[in-house]
Design a protein around this ligand. Sequence first.
Ligand code: NDP
Ligand code: OXD
Length: 314
Amino acid sequence: MTLLVAITGWDPDPWLDRFRALLPDRPVVFADAPHDPTAIRYAASWKHRPGSLAGLPGLEAIFSLGAGVDHLVGDPDLPDVPVLRVVDQDLTERMSEYVVMHCLMHLRRGWLYAERQQQGLWQDERDQPAARDIRVGIMGLGILGQDAARKLAIMGFDVAGWSRSPRDLDGIPTFAGESGVSAFLSRTDILVSLLPLTPATRGLLNLTLFRGLARDGRLAGPILINAGRGGLQVEADILAALDDGTLAAATLDVFESEPLPAASRLWTHPAVQVTPHNAAMSDPDAIASAIAAQIRRHEAGEPFRHAVDLRRGY
Ligand code: NDP
Ligand code: OXD
């Protein structure tokens, strides 16, 4: 009944501690430590080494430690067992905090005033649109996109959303698929990406798409916020769009290559805010509890929740 914890890029110790406390009736082993592959029933992964979950004959399920599962789907040797993703209130609320905060920072020119304070400058901007004047478009209306949309609407933003299949969100206009994308973009001043990375979404945030954003808004120009995945964006296109005015600013939490390379111009571009892929961190307390509950439910004969559709990629 052993749980294998396969993590790279994060400190595994808090995860091992939480799982051991929550599942005291079974061994919990770190993938890089010696262990008996035949004893493993469950694996909990964050960017496990590709191939390292193969050769576990008793494996019954793989749990992602994050909401995104591209790190799992990308492993060509992933065993054919259910893959379960994180759906957790703690993570969802963290993402909505990030999205609302950055929309408000752009609306209220938070970075401009921080800069002016550094210069000892008492100077305000007379043109101050309200949230209701700003159209926010959310790409991805899943667990995270829906929560962010509702919270932005509470703040007064004029919110709409876009997804693969049609979604019905109380009072929030929605658009779907390729046929809905241009109408969605043309009513968007701040574009928020909360999409998963799949073959269909890779490179979607590119110059052609940015050119479809609204040009008649109350901000200095369209703004991009990407907290989905770095593979969604074409960074050379973001820089080109910022340089030629197609975009006025960008907040980026995720990057084509992470950590963002020191040589990237995104670090120093005056219109870019960089955060280190922490828009919604996976809290070991919250996520390990949710996974332990899934294991107990499964062992009581109940179905797993939040299974990933591997063909769809999310
Ligand atoms: P969900 O699976 O709940 O939702 C995904 C949404 O994206 C759905 O609305 C889906 O459409 C839509 N979508 C998928 N493919 C397409 C497509 N080709 N065209 C249009 N819409 C598409 O995911 P979550 O909301 O839980 O998470 C979203 C992503 O956020 C994660 O995959 C991860 O990459 C990222 N993330 C980032 C974090 C960070 O710290 N930066 C933290 C956590 C997650 P439909 O509704 O039709 O299925
Ligand atoms: C996630 C992430 O997918 O942290 O949860 O990016």
